[in-house]
Design a protein around this ligand. Structure first.
Ligand SMILES: *Cc1c(COP(=O)(O)O)cnc(C)c1O
Length: 499
């Protein structure tokens, strides 16, 4: 399998090159040149395999320049040992007759980003050898909270790499902030940005596209790469759990092999749900991919109208990992659904950059709506949903998952479609415990309390135990103090690497 850029002006590369480069030189995103199909009998056969075996099977179709042995090593290092607190890695928990929850947060940082970021460093170190890369790879990350910690955890002390994470100083929860600022490792740097996530992401993207800066770094033996969900090595492991979830549901007899199901995905940068689209395009029986947004509902508007308009108020919501107005991975979907028309992609992305708006044609909108449906949930609806699900089912969900649950209810009410639906649960409820405790115990129970006190309150009320990664966070030493303006991100990288 080879990879091409969505912008059409970069050479086609191997998967190892796509992974070491992160973003294509023309500013586009790498996508597979060929379609992958997996037939139903093979999907059914996944039912009897472990998660690592399922992962190896799916990944083999895309990472064709990796040997079977190498893939098994990568997969075992990521999912095989006790890295994940569930032996199933991504277990499916039935909630009602027609709804299940796919728990993607059993990794070390308690959010779904671990699904990809535990394995990406494994891909990357092997890719470096394959491409003969001699430079040290510097991973630059802009994070809305969860990616940063997951990437730090994945890359800490990985030879031949270092990692610099930029996070919006006011845009992450206290738990998320301390998870990052207490990160240990010889090769890790964490920098607060005075601005929101889009400021951080725009700043990091600017650094990536600065050829002069790249030359300066190359001179000093460094090469930049990305662990954001624009890296194909981030996206491809996410395809696995769509297959895995389906195989589990077939295995327990809930649906017959071949019967379509819906997936509901709380969406920010469009990486998770895009992996679902790739799974669907490979033959996984998926009816609709339901894109759930919070009040930063730029994607809801886009999927409904075909106009992408980022010129709107930015809200800080109680599902902060989805507080995003530029969903980078959408570019890959547009490329795939237009039949790979890179000229159109260039036009729209240029418009997005210069005016903040682009509009796709009605044929493409029809096609998008065949695959996707979208709505959003307000903060209040999110809390109500957490409360209701707890009362009705004794199941505790985090705010992001609750956004998806709420949007699933809206989908069913709007369409009457009662197809079996799987809700992607993207974070442990303990990770966003402030909002979750407020939802089930009321405003009074949280006021004046630190997130850390609330962790204990939530654990004792629910009898669920606090995940290891979140225990004693407030007692660990803060190891990172750097702060930067949003226009100074490049300088910050330079200071860290070169001085
Ligand atoms: C990153 C994240 C999301 C959004 O996923 P995208 O792939 O960016 O759409 C949703 N929920 C949580 C908890 C996350 O960390």
């Amino acid at each position: 399998m080879r990879y091409e850029s969505t912008r059409g002006h970069s050479p086609v590369v191997s998967s190892a090159e796509a992974i070491t480069k992160g973003i294509a030189p023309d500013g586009g995103l790498y996508v597979p040149t060929e379609k992958v199909s997996i037939d139903l009998s093979k999907i059914e056969a996944l039912s009897s395999l472990s998660y690592p075996e399922r992962a190896t099977f799916v990944l083999k179709h895309f990472l064709t320049d990796f040997s079977d042995d190498e893939l098994i090593q990568c997969v075992d290092a990521a999912y095989g040992n006790s890295n994940f607190s569930s032996p199933d890695v991504a277990p499916v928990k039935p909630l009602t007759d027609n709804t299940a929850i796919l728990e993607l947060w059993h990794g070390p940082t308690c959010a779904f980003k671990d699904m990809a970021l535990q394995i990406l460093p494994q891909f990357l170190v092997r890719s470096l050898t394959k491409t003969g890369e001699a430079s040290e790879i510097v991973i630059l990350v802009a994070t809305s909270g969860d990616t940063g910690k997951a990437a730090l955890e994945g890359f800490a002390n990985v030879p031949g790499t270092s990692i610099i994470v930029f996070f919006p100083q006011q845009g992450v929860s206290e738990v998320q902030r301390l998870q990052m600022l207490t990160q240990e490792g010889k090769n890790v740097y964490v920098v607060g940005v005075k601005g929101n996530f889009d400021d951080a992401q725009t700043g990091v993207k600017k650094v990536f596209s600065d050829q002069e800066f790249a030359a300066l770094l190359a001179n000093k033996g460094f090469r930049l790469s990305s662990a954001n969900s624009i890296n194909w090595g981030r996206l491809v492991p996410q395809i696995v759990y769509y297959f895995s979830a389906y195989a589990d549901i077939v295995k327990n007899g809930t649906v017959k092999n071949g019967e379509s199901i819906n997936f509901v995905v709380p969406t920010g940068n469009f990486g998770n749900i895009l992996a679902g689209y790739y799974a669907k395009s490979m033959g996984l029986p998926v009816n609709r991919l339901i894109c759930a947004s919070n009040t930063n509902n730029v994607l809801t508007d886009f999927i409904r109208t075909g106009t992408y308009n980022r010129k709107r108020e930015f809200f800080k919501t109680n599902s902060p990992s989805m507080d995003i107005l530029i969903s980078s991975n959408l570019e890959r979907l547009l490329y795939e659904l237009t039949g790979k028309q890179s000229d159109k992609i260039n036009e729209w992305m240029t418009q997005l950059k210069s005016t903040g708006i682009y509009r796709v044609d009605s044929d493409l909108l029809d096609l998008i709506q065949q695959h996707f449906w979208s709505d959003y949930a307000t903060d209040e609806e999110t809390l109500d949903t957490i409360h209701k699900v707890w009362l009705d089912h004794n199941y505790l969900m985090d705010t992001h998952t609750a956004v998806a649950m709420n949007v699933l209810e809206k989908y069913r009410a709007a369409t009457g479609d009662n197809t079996y639906s799987v809700v992607a649960s993207t974070a442990s409820p303990f990770k966003f415990n402030g909002s979750v405790t407020k939802a089930i115990l009321g405003e009074k129970a949280v006021s004046g309390k630190s997130e850390f006190a609330l962790l204990n309150d939530l654990a004792s009320f629910t009898n669920w135990s606090i995940p290891v990664g979140l225990r004693n966070l407030d007692k660990r030493p803060v190891l990172h103090q750097r702060l930067t303006n949003k226009d100074e991100i490049g300088n910050s990288v330079k200071n860290i690497l070169i001085g």
